[in-house]
Structure formats: structure tokens, C-alpha cells
Design a protein. Sequence first.
Lengths: 264, 639
Amino acid sequence: MSALLEIREVSKAFGGVQAVTRVSLEAQKGEILSVIGPNGAGKTTVLNMISGFYHPDSGRITLEGRDITDLAPSRVAELGIARTFQNIALFRGMTVLDNLMLGRHVHMKTGVLGAFAYWGFAQKEEVAHRKRVEDIIDFLSIQDLRRRPTGSLAYGLQKRVELGRALALDPKVLLLDEPMGGCNHEEKEDMARFILDVNEEWGVTVILIEHDMGVVMDISDRIAVLDMGQKIAEGAPDDVRANPRVIKAYLGETKTIGAGGSRG
Amino acid sequence: MAEATTLARLLQRNARDLRDRPAIREKDRGIWQTWTWGQYHDQVREFALGLAALGFKRGERLSVIGDNRPRLYWAQVAAQCLGGVPVPVYQDSIAKELAFVWNHAECAVIVAEDQEQVDKVLGLRDQLPALRVVVYDDPRGLLRYKHDWLRSYQDVQELGRSFATRHSTYFEAEIEKGKPEDVAIICYTSGTTGNPKGVMLTHANAIGIAEAFRKADDIRPEDDALAYLPMAWAGDAAYTLFLSLVVGFCANCPESPETVQRDLRELGPTTVLAPPRIWENMLTAVQVKAADAPALKRWVFERFRAVAERAEILRADGKPIPLGLRLARMLGNVLVYTPIRDQLGLRRARWALTGGAPLGPDTFRFFRSIGVNLKQVYGSTETTGLVSLQPSAEANPTTAGRPCPGIEVKIADRGEVLVRGPVIFKGYLKNEEATREVIDPDGWFRTGDAGFMDPRGHLVIIDRAKDVGALRDGTPFAPQFIENKLKFSPYVREAVAFGHERDFVTAMVAIDLNTVGNWAERRGIPYTSYMDLSQKPEVCGLIREEIRKGNETLPAATQIRRFLLLTKDLEADDAEMTRTRKVRRRFVSEKYAAVIDAFYSGGHTVELEASITYEDGRTATLKSRVRVEDVGPEMTARV
């Protein structure tokens, strides 16, 4: 079985700091792969390399067998990798609807002039994209927020809109960087449900960085553990939970990681 | 149409006579989708035949749980067509309440809106021996649920289509068997004491209320109504199912509970039914918006609001309105009233009804004065939702209106209101004793409300008959009457008054988090939670002033002397209120016995231990020391 997304021995250094060292990961089509690890383990750096934000010093990244290692972020997005950010990246003054429509941008073919005239193809295209965005609005149950500026929304809702913005891209792979960070219990439960539904009903492959161990253990198919820029473990949630190296990285002593909201 | 004696036959009649007229709409993906009466009929037929294929039989019961959705209404009508009985339940009920109703009604089929509701059924399935099939409307998140008893709505309709090829006249034959005295729906009353009771309403009741209403008010087939009130409430059944089927108007289902206000505005329904809470919320929204507006706009609003209210008071008293005032009102209509009605989605409404609980006179007057034909309606589940209604020319904030044509009302010895007519229910399900208690051999139904007939012939309701008590000196004490005075304040969400067999009246007050929170923010008062906000000295001062205002309209003996601010709102989940937000007095006075004790022993603080029940049934306790405040006769205001 060939992986949908394959990361082979990537390394990245910032000046003298070796952030990621020869990390390899494979995401199979349709799975939820979580990447966990203590703060500064290099999780976000890996995500940034996948999405083309950074380019690795060495190693390769392929999507469906195609090398995307050195592509610009916009190209990576066009190929079907969408992401959300640890600290929400939405246009705060724009409405939820506009933010989501913007997420469709890579699929839009109408040029500036065409869009300005808003006639014929341009109109048809806009309606088609709006339809897709309405599906996402329905999916995320944010019908009441369409016309609200995103900056005025509660944090948990902004996170939800950001997920919507990523989904608007119709991604093959969804990279989620701490989608539950700063959310309360109920918002976390909602988000976990959305992630599962995206994965199961739309068949989107999910790569998830998350600190809430309860959530990670519950919804992941596989978990990879990073520590000090290196992969120290990988496997099913139960295997990872019992892995002594993981426990040591997290707790510095021998104890089992329990389910529940322990923070890394 | 003489032969349309059941709801099912009315559906057939509508499908024939109103074939291409809109019957029901739902806002989906941001767009209003319409089904005509012809399509409504076909949808019901397919689902009914699907139910038949699954073995659903005459007399069996089908429950629906969820928001107002066309499919959930169709499922109810489908059951009725087969001689079955729909049992709508409140979707925010806790598990224990749901288990009671589903068991008591022995529901064989449950139609659930979505995964959230299916999960509730899933958790209770072991306790529901009569349950055979669960049908869901929205498949979202349900793909991984693999059970042979769980089916999608489309799946059932598919079964119906193939059943139809083998039994092409089954549906029509079943409708033929229906009789007017058959039970058409069972609505559970969220009684203020004990377990809910299943009120059996017949097809004759359903048609009876619609005919009575049609004679009492102007309702037309081209009307648009918003179907947003809980389906389990008899009022929604009467309005969205019975009245719509009889008259043929269109029911419109909002996109989600959160979008009701916006949907209301988009739709601009021609008839509106709303409980007092909705009117209060709308007024609060207008007031908050006005307070946020620039000075000039605010001034214009306040000026013309005063003009409108002066004119309305004159009108209500039957006095002539001077020319100057009339001209000012015409100008106000252009500048202020019409834009407000438009913003609220009330611009097209020929009439609007409020019922279920009394509405504060000032709120009532406000809507009347800006040109909303707001009127009071009175009824209960046992009377299929209708007893009396105010004619448009006689609308006023104090009465419950004239008994509708065909409905008789009389006042019993102790002031209790008795009702007789075609709208009186058949009986409580499996509870003949309770039925005998409330319906006497002559067919009079005891409403349990205390009231009287005023000289004009309007019915006036004071309180629940059993709640009316007396102070120690013999002064009559009607707690709800006093609470309503407080609840008119936008800052008070809920109030409970005490005073029976006491020397004076006291009240517990739950503040409104939105308005008080907004008020606090304006004044730069920081707060963290409901509990924190409720105990701020400034908030206490605010509420004290509101109580003083309420006291001014009360006789001296029943004025509130002491009060306390609750650290949480009263909740149906905590059994403090019914699902229709009526205070469960006995339960509350037991739960807050320490507060009552402090009120009358002169105590200044009391330990509040509030146990909270979450929607999933878990409980938590909240402990805090709370001050007991004196209203005080002549104290200077702190705010």
C-alpha cells in the first residue's frame, strides 16, 4: 500500500537550532494521524514543511507519489493540502461567509475583470462555490454566523470557522495545528466530532497536532511521537500510550499516560 | 367540506384543492425550499407506507424528537393517516423525562432529527421494550451506526415506494377507516407537580379548535406562519398541524433555533404566535439597539415611542386621539415604527398572538403602539390550546379575551375557570382517575386557573387556582401576579414570590445574564460568571430599583419587602421549572427552604447550595453565601 502523503527523513535547522532531525511519517489515505510531543518537539515545523511554509534542509515530501518538497505554499494548497493554524488565521473584519468563500479561491477561475462584471460564467461559478460553502456552513452548524465578522466571534467558534475555511479547499489532506487549543470542554467535544465526521463522511485524511491526550487517544488511528526533533514512537493509540520512551518524554518517569486533558 | 372529518382526509382534500399552493417550507443551505400540498401529501404517503412495511399498525404510537422540520411533521401526519398516534416530545428534555414519556406512551417508532437525538434514544433503548424502529432525518455522523433497528428517513420512504407497488390502495383504505373520535395526537403536559400526563386530543378536537379559531379571527389559505415553537407544545400542534391542515396556509421551518430572528425577518410571516418570552426578548433587543444608537437617533426613537404609547393608551381606554397626536404618530410610522416592525420581521403580520403566560403591560403596549396587532390568547393543552382570544378592536394587556365561538366558559364557586366545547380533550392516557378529576359528567373541564369575567365579557386570569393564597392578615396573595410585575423588567429573567400565610411578601430574583451583563459592561463593572455578576452590589442596586418600580403598581400589602438574587437561573433541567417555563412552586419552596427561612427570620445572609443537572443527566453542586436584601421604603438609590 502506498501512502497518500509520505515524509522521508526530513530535517530542518534554524541557525544553530536543529528543530527536526530525519523524521519520517506516512499518512495513509483516509486515516487520522496524530503528531504529539512536548513543547518544542518540532511538530509545527513538520506541519510547516508539509504545507510548503518551510522547505526542509534534507529529505523529501511526496503527495500521491508527486514530490512537493520545494513547492510554494499556494501550489501545495492547490494540490489538496489544507491547514489550520495554532493561532487562528482568519480575516477578522470579514464575515464568516466571505472567509469561507475565500477558502474556495484556489478553485476559482474567473479573473478580476470577470468577477467585476459578474455575468455569465463568473456568476455561475460564484453560485457553485457558494453552494459548496453552504454545505460546509451546514456541516459545521454555523448558519447563524454567516454575516458575522469573524473577529466578533467567540474563540471556539473562530476555530470552527477556520476549520471551515480549510475545508472549503476540498482538501485531500487536512493539517490541523492544535484545533482544540484554548477551547472549553464542550467546544473540544464539538471539534472532535467535526474531525471524525470530516474524516469518515468526506474521506479526508487528517494530520492532527493536539495536546489534549484524551482527544488524541480517542480519535486517532495512529499516533507519531516527536521529542527534541526526532520521532521516538509511532503506532496505534494503545501501543503509544504504553511505550516507555513516550512516557519518559512526557513525564520523565514511569507512569501510564491516562486519558484526560493532560497538557504537554 | 363535510366529509373531511379527520386530519388525514383534510390532507387529501388539500392535495386535491390546493395542489400547487405552498404547504410547508424549510430553510436549508440558506435557501427557503418549498413543498406544495401535493408534494406534502406524496411525502406523507410514502413515509406512511414505509411505516406500514415496517409493521406499524392502527393505534400504535410514533414519537418525534427534534427541531421543527418538515419531515418530522410529515412523520406525525403519516402516523395519523394509518390510524396511529404521534407523540411529539421536547428535545431538550433530560433522559429520565424522555424515558418516562416513551415508555408511558409505548412508542413503537421514534423519528429523530439527527445524531444528537438518536444518541439519546440509543442511551435509553434498553429501557424501552415497545420500541422497534428509530428513524433519523439528518444522516450526518450516523454512517458508523450499524443497527438493524435504525433507518434513515429516505430508507423508510424507499420501503414505502416498494410497498406501494404491492398494496396500491393501502394508504387510502387506512384513511377511510379513520374516525373523528380517534386520538390524533398525545401531548405531554409538563405539569408543575409529578410526572407529565399524556393529553389525548382527537381529530374532532383538532378540527374543533381550527373551526373555532377561524370564526374568531381572520386566517387565510395564503397566510405564512413560522413554525419555530417546540413541536411537543400543544400550541404548535394546533397552529402548525391542525390549523394549517384545516385552513391550508403555509408553515415555515427556520434554518436552526439560532437563526429564528433572522429567518423571521426574511420571511415576514403574516400571522405570528409567540410566548411572552419572545416578545420580551424582542423588546429588549430593540431597547439595547436604541441605547447603542447615536444621540440623534436615540432622541427620535424615544420621542416617537412616547407619542405612540400615549396614543395607544387613549385608544385602549376608548378615548379619541387628538389631531396633533395623530399627525405625530403618522410621522412616527414613517420614521420609527415601520422600520422597527420591519427589523423584527413583523411588518406583514396582520395579527400576532401572545399566550401561555401573562405578558407585561408595558411590553404589550409597546408592540401595539408601533402598529403590531398583538392580542392575548388563552388556552391549555387539555383545551387543544384554545379557549379565548381578544378581538382586534378589544386588545388589551389585562384580559385573556372572549371565549371563541362554540366554546363555553363559566366560573366555578372558588373562582376556577371551567370550559366546555369541542376542544376539550378525550382524557389522559392510562389515567382515568386524573381525567375524572378534571372533566365533570356534564363535560366541563376544570382549567385549574383562577379568574373572572369582566363586564365586557372578557375572561381575566389571575393565577393558578391552587397557588392563590393569603397573607397572614387575610390579604389575597397571587404569587404569579406579583412575579409578572417583576418579570416585566428587562433585567429580571425569573422571579418567585412568597407570602402565603406570612406577614409580608418576599421574592427570589434570577437576573437576565444578557441585559444585566450588557448593563454592567456599559458601566465598566467587570464580572466573570452569572454567579459573580448576580452578587455585585451595583447589580443589587439595579434590581432593587426595578423592584421598587414593580411595587408602585401593587397594593401596599402585597409589595415586596425583601429579596435575594439567585446565583443561577431557574432551570427546567433542575426541575425548578416546567419545560414551558412555569415555576414548580412546591419544589422550589422545598429546595430554597433556607432562603425563605432567612427572609422571614430577618437573616442577612444565607448559604445557597444549588445542585445543577446538566443535559446529559450529570449533576454538580454550587455553594455560595448570598445576601438577603431589604427593598426598604425610602432608601436613596445607589445607582
